[in-house]
Design a protein. Structure first.
Length: 337
């Protein structure tokens, strides 16, 4: 591909999120905070703020809520000019109640029949996918409908035919489908994508492993499933791992790295995983080592936890400073195997 216009093009649904202030329960609140959020758009917004050229493709209802979404994303530097607009359907909404132990946070979806979930494959704008280094999407989108799955398959075929790499975040949501359904729909995305992100708990469920397997075992099983391609596994407060097959003069094996993080009191839990993906993709696009990419991703996610809302309001200097602090000896950074 010669001089692609974009570093990353992503497809997904972005919704309007309503949350009670502070730790109020949904049934207590008389007023709600409004945010804009969706996994794929959170990721490309983070990338845009890190200086990357990005485009977000989606389908929205032409009304005030749809315009709110595109204006919010555009304010961070995301190209939203290829969004498909319709006068039918609706904009998806969800409600998020922030919990405090022992009460878990709670999500209530109101997204059925959304414009994105009813995306006709023939309406997808293909041109941005022919001029990008990376195409990114998630399992959240694949969970929404047969028509969305057809849209994403067409997008992937177009991007790959044009020389783009495919980045896939499994991002399992039990409120949207079962693990069995997810495995069936996401199998080719998990095995064939150039880069996959997955949380350890979801990897354990996908692979059918015992409840407390060693981190390295889970990652290596994923790499085998993916025929040696780059795989990133998040470990929550313990950090993250990445690995791929390697070939040496004495044989083949796996190169895996673990990079720890330091715990923070999360102010904005939502979007942390998306910020992590943005950080890793940013480093990966610069062909940084797995170790450096994990450190950059951990720093981006850590910053996001300090920021309310769904999108990481960050800068390159913010992430560089946080990464330097993480690497200063307060966390474990090194090769596992």
């Amino acid at each position: 591909m010669t001089n692609p216009r974009y570093d990353v093009v992503a497809i997904g649904e972005t919704m309007i999120r309503f949350s009670p202030p502070g730790f109020l329960r949904l049934e207590q609140a008389d007023a709600y905070e409004l945010h804009v959020g969706g996994s794929e758009s959170n990721t490309v917004a983070g990338l845009a703020r890190l200086g990357r050229s990005v485009c977000w493709l989606s389908r929205l209802t032409e009304n005030a809520l749809g315009r709110k979404i595109t204006s919010a994303l555009a304010s961070h530097g995301v190209d939203t000019s290829h969004v498909v607009w319709t006068d039918r359907d609706r904009v998806g909404v969800y409600y998020y109640e922030l919990g405090s132990p022992p009460r878990a946070s709670e999500v209530v979806y109101d997204r059925a029949g959304s414009a994105f979930a009813q995306f006709p494959p023939g309406e997808l704008t293909l041109e941005p996918l022919k001029s990008t280094r990376v195409f990114h999407t998630t399992g959240i989108s694949l969970a929404l409908s047969d028509s969305v799955r057809a849209v994403l398959n067409a997008a992937r075929s177009t991007a790959v035919a044009s020389g783009a790499a495919v980045s896939f975040d499994f991002n399992y949501r039990a409120k949207l489908w079962t693990m069995a359904q997810a495995k069936q729909a996401c199998e080719s995305w998990m095995t064939d994508s150039d880069l996959v992100f997955i949380a350890k708990r979801d990897a354990v469920a996908w692979l059918g492993l015992p409840q407390e397997p060693e981190d390295v075992r889970v990652l290596e099983d994923l790499i085998r499933l993916r025929k040696g391609k780059l795989t990133v596994m998040t470990l929550g407060a313990r950090g993250s791992m990445a690995g791929a097959a390697k070939s040496t003069s004495v044989g083949s094996g796996f190169e895996t790295h673990l990079v720890g993080t330091s715990p923070v009191e999360p102010v904005g839990r939502l979007g942390g995983g998306d910020a992590f993906s943005a950080g890793f993709l940013d480093a990966w696009l610069d062909q940084q080592s797995m170790e450096k990419a994990l450190l950059w991703a951990n720093a981006t996610a850590q910053l996001k936890y300090s920021i309310p809302g769904d999108i990481a309001l960050i800068s390159k200097s913010d992430v560089a400073r946080t990464a330097a602090n993480l690497a200063s000896g307060t966390v474990a950074v090194g090769v596992v195997r």
